[in-house]
Design a protein around this ligand. Structure first.
Ligand code: FE2
Length: 362
């Protein structure tokens, strides 16, 4: 199977279903610096839910909330808490993508349909992936409007913090299910496995996990998939699965070209990050060699560094952005490196365990 066996242009948007889209939009605008750009809701004739679109450079986040009891997503929000419900792809041909995916074994969520307004047509269909997560296929080549038909443009500027694009999205799946979903992405969407990490790579004294990184869409779409592994204590993946109520999106990595600016801005807005011990920075020059950034600045901000054959990367992880220890964000700045920060796993997982200890979930 070649990499072009399932053409995907890019991740189009990520949709969250939340209890209160207005407050979620306020948070992502005021902390992450997204612009609010469009909405669909009561004022535009949508009676059952509200959808608010936020954008920063190439990242589109859609926040949707039920407006009445009985909305099918209301019970999903009750089960999972606020959650990533859809990672949508822009494709050349929605009908082809949907029919091909279903013929290769995907379960349908929505058959192809057309949304229209005076600006033209958008074709949409959706398939199910792990847990309650969907992949929607979208094509808006015949649409001159903004985002989707019937949305109203509505601009509230955020102070952008340099977030450029979605680098990768990570899914947590149940024990023993990682290889099932690895094969699903290979078979259904023509993804290739980039890397595999086993519990020797990703373990501390107490906890372990396994991870495989899948890539599709010509390598632009990267989806690591994690499952828990046996350890002395409960792994962070088990903690997620318990609180989320099954498989789901664990973190979204947002790529920046200036991580010091991005993380300084987030910290100034009150975002909290995982932190590593000072010893991490003392060992850094020997581990990663010469880098452009001042190590004392990185240490102040808590930014981590790793190197691979192609270059290096800088990354940092937020604490969970929901009440439940489920969804968090990674900020990543790539300077040649195409990998995922394996050299930081141990320090990071020890940081997560310190948080789990505080939550009484280790
Ligand atoms: Fe990541």
């Amino acid at each position: 199977m070649t990499q072009d066996s399932f053409p995907i242009r890019r991740v189009d948007h990520i949709r969250h279903y939340v209890g209160n889209a207005r407050q979620a939009a306020f948070y992502y605008r005021n902390v992450f610096g997204f612009n609010i750009t469009a909405f669909h809701g009561l004022e535009t004739g949508l009676r059952h839910e509200v959808d608010i679109l936020l954008e920063q450079n190439n990242v589109k986040l859609l926040f949707s909330a039920p407006l009445r009891p009985g909305h099918p997503m209301a019970e999903k929000i009750a089960q999972h808490g606020d959650f990533v419900q859809d990672i949508a792809f822009e494709v050349d041909d929605v009908d082809w993508a949907y029919n091909e995916a279903v013929s290769r074994g995907a379960t349908s969520a929505r058959e192809p349909f057309t949304l229209s307004d005076e600006n033209g047509d958008v074709r949409i269909a959706s398939i199910k992936t792990y847990g309650d997560t969907l992949h929607t296929f979208i094509n808006r080549d015949n649409f001159r409007g903004h985002f989707l038909p019937n949305y109203r443009e509505h601009f509230e500027a955020g102070e952008g913090i340099g977030i450029q694009e979605i680098d990768h999205c990570v899914g947590n799946v149940e024990l023993g299910q990682m290889n099932h979903w690895v094969h699903w992405y290979e078979e259904v969407l023509g993804f290739k496995q980039l890397i595999s990490f086993d519990d020797n790579d990703i373990s501390t004294e107490y906890t372990a996990l396994m991870s495989k990184v899948m890539a599709g869409g010509g390598g632009r779409v990267k989806f690591p998939i994690n499952e828990p592994a046996e350890g002395k204590k409960k792994s962070q993946i088990d903690e997620y699965l318990e609180f989320f109520g099954g498989a789901g999106v664990q973190h979204v990595a947002l790529r920046t070209d200036d991580i010091i600016h991005t993380v300084t801005s987030l910290r100034n807005k009150g975002m909290q990050f995982l932190t590593v011990p000072k010893a991490y920075y003392a060992a850094l020059p020997d581990r990663v060699g010469t880098i452009d950034e001042d190590i004392a600045t990185l240490a102040d901000l808590g930014i981590l560094v790793d190197r691979d054959d192609e270059g290096y990367l800088l990354q940092i992880f937020t604490k969970p952005v929901t009440d439940r220890p489920t969804l968090f964000y990674e900020i990543i700045h790539r300077k040649g490196a195409t990998s995922f920060g394996k050299g930081n796993f141990k320090a990071l997982f020890e940081a997560i365990e310190r948080e789990q200890e505080l939550r009484g979930t280790l």
